[in-house]
Design a protein around this ligand. Structure first.
Ligand code: 2NL
Length: 357
């Protein structure tokens, strides 16, 4: 008995894996195991022998079983320790830097504006950024030496020495795109022209390159009433204010007659801008009925066709819609895009200062 005990307990202690333990269990306690066979021999023993051998064999069986489980658990712990040593991670290492990219707010606003006008049947037109002075000025009823030419702070391209034709210009508005569109498809026409424009002006509120979207609708009987509805519809959709109120102020542009500048209702309470309510007005665009001379210059008969046009600054729209009208916006919105403008999200005085009057 003691031999058996020594043999199995020794072998169990020496086993180095679970398979070896299982082999030992079968050899000792399996159906034909050494200890099982011994237990079967009890039947042929005298009652006296059985009285001592029975409990002894049962105790041995229990002892071997517990030794097997204990060794199995120990081997499992060792394996886990081994794995943990091998798979150790230094969670205090600095993370790998990831570049955080976003859609530029000017691109985002251009897409929003385009989608709103597309819903009202306006197609998108594009054209060159370097224009002839005819498309940029003459066709828009701004002849040479007209004082309005000075107001545009135009960038002029070079001509070869001796070439006395008027120089090309960097377009000062996207109107030439609409002149080209009218020439190409004629009337009726409904287009918007978003894009980059250039003026030689650089200060806190002006950059030499900025973005504009112009719109044009020409048909048999388009009126100021249609203009008013389209712009109201646009402002309500763009600024997401159903009650947005517009004010049309008489104005003057060479390319429209009559002309109107459009303001939206707003309030500046506590230095924070709210749109669609309050007693203040903020100018957001210029508009009017296309001048008959402009229609004629684009090959559209002004005795048969008429329509409206408007123009607005995309960068300003982006500042208004995604600017910081309320300090709370600092803490509950995603401001990554501000980096595009060189603002720091924590530079409170600059931001609020930039938006208040
Ligand atoms: C403004 C004013 C305006 C237009 C742009 C236009 C285009 C054609 C014919 C007539 Cl092809 N007009 N465009 C009309 C009125 C105003 O822009 O303040 N823009 C930022």
């Amino acid at each position: 008995m003691d031999d058996l005990r020594q043999k199995y307990l020794g072998a169990i202690a020496a086993a180095t894996d679970e398979a070896a333990l299982e082999d030992l269990r079968v050899t000792a306690l399996g159906k034909k195991g050494e200890i099982s066979l011994k237990m079967r021999e009890l039947g042929g023993m005298t009652p006296e022998q059985r009285q001592t051998m029975g409990p002894a064999l049962n105790a041995l069986k229990d002892e071997v079983n517990s030794a097997l489980s204990a060794r199995k658990a120990a081997l499992g712990d060792a394996a886990l320790d081994e794995r943990l040593r091998g798979e150790w991670l230094d969670v205090t290492l600095p993370g790998r830097p990831r570049r955080a990219g976003t859609i530029h707010p000017v691109s985002q606003v251009t897409e929003e504006v385009t989608a709103i006008f597309a819903d009202m049947g306006f197609a998108v037109a594009e054209g060159p950024q370097i224009e002839s002075d005819w498309y940029n000025f003459d066709a828009l009823n701004i002849p040479p030496h007209h004082p309005a030419r000075q107001e545009f702070d135009t960038f002029y391209m070079h001509r070869a020495p001796g070439d006395n034709r008027p120089p090309h210009v960097l377009r000062t508005h996207t109107s030439p795109v609409q002149i080209r569109a009218m020439e190409k498809t004629g009337a009726p026409i409904r287009v918007i022209a978003p894009g980059r424009v250039y003026r030689s002006d650089y200060d806190q509120t002006h950059t030499p390159m900025f973005h504009q979207v112009e719109g044009l609708a020409i048909d048999r009987d388009i009126s100021m009433a249609n203009l008013k509805w389209v712009l109201e519809e646009f402002c309500r959709a763009f600024f997401e204010v159903d009650t947005m109120e517009l004010r049309f102020r008489a104005s003057h542009f060479p390319f429209t007659e009559p002309s109107a500048e459009v303001d939206i209702r707003c309030s500046w309470e506590g230095g924070s801008l709210r749109l669609g309510e309050g007693d203040d007005w903020m100018e957001i665009l210029g508009s009017g009925m296309v001048h008959p001379k402009v229609l004629a210059a684009a090959g559209v008969d002004p005795d048969k066709w008429q329509g409206f046009a408007f123009g607005m600054g995309i960068d300003r729209l982006a500042m208004l819609k995604y600017g910081i009208p309320d300090l709370r916006a600092f803490f509950d919105s995603d401001l990554r895009w501000l980096r595009h403008y060189g603002f720091s999200a924590l530079d409170v005085p600059t931001l609020s200062g930039g938006l208040s009057r």
